[in-house]
Design a protein around this ligand. Structure first.
Ligand code: PLP
Length: 259
């Protein structure tokens, strides 16, 4: 059903020094996505966590990307889901560098709302389809918006620092990123945090903007639709949150708890 109807879900995490990063959050989301697509994961949470750990060890890849995929199964009538198939892969992963952080991203906007946005389905049709447009516009990525509100990027969440000095991130119509969640926690005490609707107009006037994802951590946005965000350089809030995030990761690398 995955190939014939696009009916499947996945989750993607990475390991740091052979330790899966934010495993509990990723397992929660994986089981949540399965529930959302009415599919049953053929293992318990603990079993799946152990499989992930073992896969990292056996492959001997310290910094790996682990992909858990659950499909609608081999359907005799090619439409109704049967027993799901579970595939887990473990491959080397490239994460964004400090140079990528300093450079920042050029985004363009595109009106689109992902289907069943809270589920991490395998449907990236629009994102992949937009690649030639991105190349033509010399943009790094696309920011989706719908009915005047921004949502997310095809594979990342988005944050702004508003003119009033709050950290704002869309709450609805998105996939709840694990990196997003950590960043919201890390922002505690630094500045007011608002999970709320963010208008497209507001982002053009924001003083800072950045995106979050498993492989990109936090990356500043320097330009949207040819309009500069702030002074086009990584802002102080973005920089501090990035520092805190790296610190969290380094703590885990050094044997600390997966928080
Ligand atoms: N939004 C979408 C649609 C995604 O596919 C992803 C991850 O690939 C994200 C946001 C970011 O989520 P995470 O921080 O868990 O990688």
């Amino acid at each position: 059903l995955s190939i014939q109807r696009g009916y499947a879900l996945f989750d993607f995490l990475r390991s740091v020094n052979s330790i899966p990063l934010f495993l509990p959050g990723h397992l929660d989301r994986f089981f949540g996505s399965a529930d959302g697509l009415h599919l049953t994961v053929p293992y318990t949470r603990d079993q799946l966590g152990a499989v992930v750990q073992e896969l990292i060890q056996r492959n001997g890849i310290d910094e790996a990307g682990i992909r858990l995929m659950l499909t609608g199964g081999s359907s005799p009538d090619t439409y109704h889901p049967t027993t799901p198939n579970l595939v887990i892969t473990c491959l080397p992963v490239r994460t964004a560098t400090n140079e990528d952080f300093e450079k920042g991203l050029r985004l363009i906007t595109y009106e689109h709302q992902r289907e069943l946005p809270h589920i991490k389905s395998i449907n990236y049709l629009t994102g992949v389809w937009l690649q030639p447009l991105l190349r033509q516009q010399q943009a790094d990525d696309v920011l989706y918006h719908s009915k005047g509100l921004v949502t997310e990027l095809p594979r990342s969440n988005v944050f702004i620092v508003s003119k009033e000095g709050s950290l704002c991130t869309p709450a609805a119509g998105i996939l709840h990123g694990i990196t997003r969640k950590k960043v919201l926690e890390l922002a505690g005490g630094l500045l007011p945090v608002e999970e709320r609707a963010v208008a497209l107009e507001e982002i053009y006037n924001s003083s800072e903007m950045f995106i979050t994802s498993t492989t990109r951590r936090l990356l500043p946005v320097r330009e949207v639709d040819g309009r500069l965000i702030g002074n086009g350089k990584p802002g102080s809030v973005t920089r501090e949150l990035y520092r805190r995030f790296r610190e969290l990761e380094e703590g885990l690398r050094a044997g600390g708890p997966d928080r």
